[in-house]
Ligand binder design. Structure first.
Ligand SMILES: Cc1cc2nc3c(=O)[nH]c(=O)nc-3n(C[C@H](O)[C@H](O)[C@H](O)COP(=O)(O)OP(=O)(O)OC[C@H]3O[C@@H](n4cnc5c(N)ncnc54)[C@H](O)[C@@H]3O)c2cc1C
Length: 548
């Protein structure tokens, strides 16, 4: 009577399916991650990272992620008596995830740590993005909000302690009554989009230092955050404001949520269309300097997207390697089939290069205040990496999904969700072309940023002739000023590959660095994953990438 149900069903035994992929530690099992984080000065985060790694590798995390994305947020514009409440209801799994993320300081360690806070926080965020991605949106915005707020010491004094609090308090209450707050941003308008200069929302002085805002925003994610950085036009021009959802007197600020977006992926995260109608906001930064103020936040969110993308690549690779290790086809495990090994090793190279790039930038953030070189690496490196990693993540997710065959395409598994999630990082916070144009702008305004990146790459190029040749070609492209704008994607891709190759030469195994240079710097190699040359030491690459 107590035999498992499978044993009592006559039709078939379930065989040749992998065991559930859970019960691993995404931190302690990832030797390359641990070495990278230690090298960038944040080895001290190991205990927290261990706890996060265990969570991310647990069945509980999988269940929460699946539930929060299957049962999507619902808009409750009015209560049952017809009063506007402009609330979004989430599945309890979303709130549990938010509690785990904010409770772990995922949003704040960069600001509260004494040393290497950006690299330490990056380790946590990299791990988190292997488990769930929709919650990363409010986490990232809350993390990044502190940069513009530093311009307004009075507002910062009020808000900062509750922004960095390691806690999650979703109650719709005024700041004074909250244990912790989350911050969003509302920039994008229907007619404006990337071109923020076309924004039309107006702000009029309303007394007591407040302004009354009137207008709309076409995209506003995580609308249940406690306050939003937004742009509105005063007589002096576009200005940044902090718009709280609750006012100090206990009433709700006017914040009309018109609709929730029905998105391709990123399902657990609510994204909305909102309207301001006499909505109260407080100025952040100088009047007329709104774009310059919010760009500081965008720089941080772009960096966070780089970290998230590297984590998502790791998640995809893990799923593919786990499946291949346990599934057999045509007489051998997939992990032993030469062509599958080529695909997995190629994915592993992409992930390792992404990870080294992401954490190199984390170090630049940690040191930029006192080191001009790091500041320049940061300025140019962030958009270069944001562009390239966001372009590569959907391709990695697609190929990893294919490694699982039909199982990969089914919603119960993590890869279908990861695949639908993957493109959004390339679209928000600057779409591909906009980011490439930002790279050109950075190079034009700070020509020494190109020198700083060249100095980063030079030692590796001296040791690796293929990189030296690649860099020489890149320099010719950069010198051709007349075609730079039409060629911007080509140039940014090359900048990314040169930086990645230099990091691989310095820090990866000789086998991985050699295969990376052979396939990423040489135009004759394949356009898809799984095209490593016969000379590549695939077994060595896979050994290093495997979870311990
Ligand atoms: C899920 C989701 C959530 C979002 N959440 C928020 C949020 O919380 N807050 C917020 O403010 N915004 C949010 N956004 C908006 C997002 O930041 C914008 O969609 C993005 O900035 C692009 O703007 P757009 O959609 O208006 O496209 P456009 O600006 O119209 O761009 C369309 C295309 O044209 C390209 N392009 C633009 N200018 C040029 C040029 N000069 N040369 C060549 N190509 C160009 C772009 O790269 C893009 O590919 C969200 C978007 C999504 C999808």
């Amino acid at each position: 009577m107590n035999a498992p149900l499978n044993a009592r069903i006559a039709t078939h035994e379930v065989e040749n399916q992998p065991p559930p992929f859970a019960g691993y530690n995404a931190w302690s099992g990832d030797a390359i991650l641990r070495a990278t984080v230690a090298r960038e000065g944040a080895g001290w985060i190991a205990d927290r990272a261990m706890a996060m790694g265990q969570l991310v590798g647990s069945e509980r995390m999988r269940t929460l992620a699946e539930l929060a994305n299957r049962f999507t947020p619902q808009l409750r514009s009015h209560d049952r008596y017809g009063n506007r409440i402009d609330a979004v209801e989430f599945h309890p799994a979303y709130h549990e995830l938010m509690g785990l993320a904010f409770g772990a300081g995922l949003h704040s360690v960069a600001w509260t740590a004494r040393d290497a806070g950006f690299a330490a926080r990056a380790a946590l965020n990299y791990l988190w993005n292997q488990g769930e991605n929709g919650t990363s949106c409010p986490v990232t915005m809350t993390f990044a909000s502190l940069a513009p707020l530093e311009h307004e010491p009075a507002l910062a004094r009020e808000w900062m302690p509750k922004i960095v609090a390691e806690d999650y308090d979703p109650r719709p209450l005024p700041l004074a009554e909250k244990r912790a707050v989350t911050i969003g941003m509302a920039m994008t308008e229907k007619q404006g989009g990337s071109d923020l200069r076309a924004n039309t929302t107006r702000a009029e002085p309303a007394g007591g230092g407040a302004y009354a805002l009137t207008g709309h925003k076409w995209f506003c994610s995580a609308p249940m955050c406690d306050a939003f950085l937004t742009l509105a036009r005063t007589d002096a021009g576009l200005t940044c404001f902090l718009v709280p959802r609750s006012l100090a007197d206990g009433t709700r600020n006017v914040f009309l949520i018109q609709r929730l977006k029905d998105k391709l992926g990123n399902k657990s995260n609510a994204s909305s269309e909102i309207e301001f109608a006499g909505t109260l906001g407080w100025r952040v930064g100088d009047e007329g300097r709104g774009i310059a103020t919010v760009i500081e936040m965008a720089h941080l969110t772009r960096f966070d997207i780089v970290i998230a993308s590297a984590g998502m690549m790791r998640a995809a690779l893990n799923e593919a390697m786990h499946h291949a290790a346990h599934r057999s086809a045509f007489g051998r495990r997939l992990a032993e089939q030469p062509l599958m090994k080529n695909v997995l090793a190629d994915l592993a190279l992409e992930w390792e290069a992404a990870t080294l790039t992401a954490f190199r930038l984390a170090r630049a953030f940690d040191r930029q205040k006192s080191d001009r070189h790091e500041q320049l690496v940061c300025r140019l490196g962030v958009p270069v990496a944001k562009y390239w990693l966001c372009k590569r993540t959907p391709a990695v997710a697609l190929e990893a999904m294919e490694c699982l065959g039909g199982n990969g395409y089914v919603e119960e598994g993590a890869l279908a969700r990861l695949y639908r999630e993957a493109p959004v990082n390339g679209i928000w916070e600057g779409s591909g072309n906009v980011i490439c144009l930002d790279v050109l702008r950075a190079m034009a305004r700070s020509p020494d940023a190109v020198d700083a990146l060249a100095a980063e790459i030079e030692p590796a190029a001296k040791a690796e002739p293929r990189l030296a040749r690649f860099v020489a070609g890149l320099k010719r492209d950069l010198d051709d000023r007349a075609t730079l704008e039409t060629q911007a994607r080509r140039v940014v891709e090359k900048l990314a590959l040169a930086l990645q190759a230099s990091l691989m030469v310095q820090h990866a195994s000789p086998e991985a660095a050699d295969a990376f240079c052979a396939t990423r710097l040489d135009a004759r190699t394949g356009a898809v994953f799984g095209t490593l040359p016969a000379s590549a030491n695939i077994d060595a690459i896979l050994r290093r990438a495997a979870l311990e």
